[in-house]
Design a binder for this molecule. Structure first.
Ligand SMILES: NC(=O)c1ccc[n+]([C@@H]2O[C@H](COP(=O)([O-])OP(=O)(O)OC[C@H]3O[C@@H](n4cnc5c(N)ncnc54)[C@H](OP(=O)(O)O)[C@@H]3O)[C@@H](O)[C@H]2O)c1
Length: 328
């Protein structure tokens, strides 16, 4: 089969499409014929020299994929089932979804709700699953429709799907972005207003900022997450899933002890099956192809994947890059 391979040898990184054998790790791994994959921030981290995320010197990349079950020993997952595959060490320590076929353990495989095509599923991708998990965590915490919900990194994968989901669920969404040339695009995705990245810093001479956000979806981390915490309204919460700016977090305890705010950690990589099916069901209830298609930045084949990953790493993309392993 054709696959996009990432190999590091003597400090030299090679990203290339080539013919490889599908590689099961365990006898009960399920084989999926990939119709679409997508490019996530983590893929860019894996496809970097001296990557701290990649755990093997050589593998097929791709932390997620969607397609059709080709071979399975699990009666609950018969041949022909449409599925999304994501999580665990897929595309990090074992061969991933940038290929025509992928083997994965049952626990990383979610049957797709009828309303979502495999293309819809990869426009969503791991980034969108994280966005929906973030919104559900905020709602479980008591998010209501009063006030505004902030989304940081709004033109990225997590951010753009979060803006779309929150708007579709009736919230007033404020999109924070470093890409202000994409303001019209963000407004068209449902943001009620768009602010610059720097605008979330408020009253820096004080311990706390003005109470601005009822809730927030943050995939940026670092100083951004600190500013979000400082400006949550009393009892509000931020769902934190990412680290594109920094993995470090410096905050005082004041947002927690004087405004009762909550920092909700989001992980969809090791999420149990019940969480995954809840998230996919909510995605199917909330989104449609009409809402998802405008999130497609581009569709690339395996031969053009290295360039697409570079563009994402350089912040030159918006929404989601789809990968069609059979194109080209
Ligand atoms: N916890 C989980 O289970 C989980 C799942 C999926 C993803 N993630 C994490 O979520 C994060 C985002 O992933 P993604 O696939 O959405 O990435 P992405 O498509 O590259 O989007 C990230 C966005 O963040 C903004 N940004 C980039 N560099 C920045 C910087 N230095 N300072 C502030 N903002 C910056 C940009 O948006 P603007 O130009 O609009 O500002 C960019 O588009 C990553 O850290 C990823 O590992 C976690």
């Amino acid at each position: 089969m054709q696959a996009f391979t990432i190999t590091e040898s003597d400090g030299v990184l090679t990203l290339v499409e080539r013919d490889v054998e599908p590689n099961p790790r365990d006898t009960d791994d399920v084989l999926v014929r990939v119709e679409y994959s997508g490019v996530n921030y983590k893929d860019a981290m894996v496809a970097s020299a001296h990557s701290r995320v990649r755990r093997v010197p050589s593998l097929v990349g791709g932390v997620d994929a969607a397609g059709v079950v080709e071979a399975s020993g699990d009666v609950a997952l018969p041949i022909g089932t449409r599925v999304a595959v994501h999580g665990g060490d897929l595309g990090v320590a074992r061969d991933g979804g940038f290929a025509e076929l992928v083997y994965a353990p049952r626990r990383f495989i979610s049957p797709l709700p009828d309303r979502l095509s495999t293309r819809d599923a990869m426009i969503i991708g791991t980034a969108g699953v994280s966005a929906m998990a973030s919104v559900l965590a905020l709602e479980d915490h008591g998010l209501n429709h009063d006030g505004e919900v902030l989304v940081t990194g709004a033109t990225g994968g997590v951010g753009s799907v979060a803006v779309t989901i929150l708007a579709a669920r009736g919230y007033r969404v404020v999109a924070s972005t470093g890409s202000t040339d994409q303001t019209d695009w963000l407004l068209a995705r449902g943001a009620s207003r768009v602010i610059r990245r720097d605008d979330i810093a408020d009253r820096l001479d004080r311990v706390l900022g003005t109470e601005r956000w009822s809730g927030a979806v943050d995939c940026v981390g670092g100083a951004t997450l600190n500013q979000v915490l400082r400006s949550l309204r009393y009892g509000g919460a931020v769902a934190a899933s990412g680290l594109v700016a920094s993995a470090d977090l410096t905050s005082t305890v004041y947002p927690f002890i004087t405004r009762g705010v909550a920092l909700l950690g989001i992980d969809v990589v090791e999420a149990p099956a019940a969480t995954r099916s809840r998230v996919w069901a909510a995605l199917a209830d909330t989104l449609s192809s009409a809402l998802l298609e405008p999130l497609v930045d581009s569709v690339v084949d395996l031969a053009h994947l290295a360039h697409a990953i570079e563009l994402l790493r350089d912040g030159k993309t918006r929404g989601r890059i789809l990968v069609d392993p059979t194109a080209g």
